[in-house]
Design a protein around this ligand. Structure first.
Ligand code: GDP
Length: 367
């Protein structure tokens, strides 16, 4: 029979088809009396938050729910993919609730980048994207850098009220919350009180010490992220674990760089010039002449130029050109979710290609 079963942890409707969607439980769990979803199971037994993804509609419902509650919103972005990991429109939905903006993955950026410079950059970007955060901070959830400071800011701005952690998938939201639990929450507490009667919000609740709670919201899929176009096995390539090593190329006019098979950088005009590439260390960069570039791509996509993988070439989106003339010195051309190329001097014409649906943007150089 098609009886609806709910998770006794979070109240979500149980399904057994898709492990990555909300409410998943393995078939074997269905026979038990008290059924909990995998997400609650992991939280209860391993004290670990597992991310689930949601459709846009469901996510909007959650945002509306938060807007009607009182509390601090902690919005996590991936500083390696700032605009790609942005959640549009959050400011509109959260009502009068303050937003603390947390930039995650600080460990990926070269150590030479000054902390304050990054904070200022985040503030500027946030403003441009229409967000007015009450404060901004920078963390590496993987390494634990800045977590204490983030916890202190959360404590300061939540005013004894609940905390809602939001972010799109892959920003490191689970890693962040798990770090927080380890460093600042009472672990015993989390384990024993993570069962909550069904809420309509599908939020995971982590009790804080004064009776308020920290809520993990499901991550939303941002369809513009490069990560959605690569094979699962290549995701780790796009999620660097180490400091990026800048790679410098001296180019003549009419030369091309391929960033794996994921993006293409044509230097059209401006005389001999050096360009600095900041992309994951494992992705190989190939240089060629512009006139040969298309033929090279057609011949070697999926092999020499990879990712994508050979078997995914057919479904990989077409590379779309974006033309720029750089008017200021030291500008980054950002391939959302892949990295960026720094152009050192003004007056250069560049055509940057990215898969259809992935953004290419300009910004004042970060480094
Ligand atoms: P979620 O989907 O937002 O919950 O993201 P996850 O916590 O699952 O993390 C997504 C990916 O980013 C994983 O490969 C993590 O290992 C990686 N990650 C998370 N936090 C950091 C960080 O601070 N630095 C680095 N380099 N990687 C991180």
């Amino acid at each position: 029979s098609e009886e609806k079963i709910s998770c006794i942890g979070c109240g979500v409707t149980i399904q057994t088809e898709d492990p990555e969607k909300l409410g998943y439980a393995p078939e074997s769990a269905i026979e038990k009396e008290d059924i909990i979803c995998q997400r609650c199971f992991r939280l209860k037994n391993y004290n670990e938050i597992q991310d689930v993804s949601l459709t846009d509609d469901d996510f909007l419902k959650i945002l509306h729910g938060i807007g009607e509650s009182k509390g601090l919103i902690v919005k996590i972005v991936d500083i390696f993919d700032f605009s790609g990991s942005w959640l549009q429109g959050i400011q509109r939905f959260v009502g009068g609730n303050p937003i603390l903006l947390v930039g995650n993955k600080s460990d990926i950026l070269p150590k030479s980048v000054k902390h304050q410079k990054l904070i200022n950059w985040m503030k500027r970007e946030a403003k441009e994207l229409g967000l007015m955060p009450i404060d901004v901070c920078l963390v590496s959830s993987a390494r634990g850098h800045g977590i204490r400071e983030a916890a202190e800011l959360i404590e300061k701005y939540r005013n004894g009220q609940d905390v809602y952690v939001v972010g799109c998938t892959n920003v490191g939201k689970s890693t962040f919350i798990n770090r927080m639990i380890k460093e600042v929450a009472d672990v015993q507490d989390v384990i024993t009180t993570s069962y909550y009667p069904g809420t309509t919000l599908d939020l995971i609740e982590i009790p804080l010490d004064n009776g308020a709670s920290l809520y993990d919201t499901p991550g939303i899929i941002n369809h513009h992220q490069m990560a959605h176009f690569v094979d699962k096995r290549d995701l780790k390539l796009l999620s660097p674990k180490k400091e990026l090593k800048p790679k410098v190329f001296q180019l003549n006019e009419k030369q091309t760089l391929y960033l794996g098979g994921l993006a293409r950088f044509d230097y059209v005009k401006g005389g001999r010039e050096s360009f600095v590439c900041y992309i994951p260390n494992e992705i190989t960069i190939h240089r060629t002449k512009m006139e040969n570039a298309q033929a090279l791509y057609e011949k070697h996509i999926g092999e020499l130029l990879t990712p994508p993988r050979k078997e995914n070439v057919d479904t990989f989106p077409k590379l779309i050109p974006h033309e720029f003339t750089i008017s200021e010195g030291k500008t980054d051309i950002v391939f959302s979710g892949l990295g960026w190329v720094t152009v050192n001097n003004p007056g250069k014409t560049i055509i940057a290609y990215a898969p259809q649906g992935v953004n290419v943007t300009l910004r004042k150089s970060l480094i």
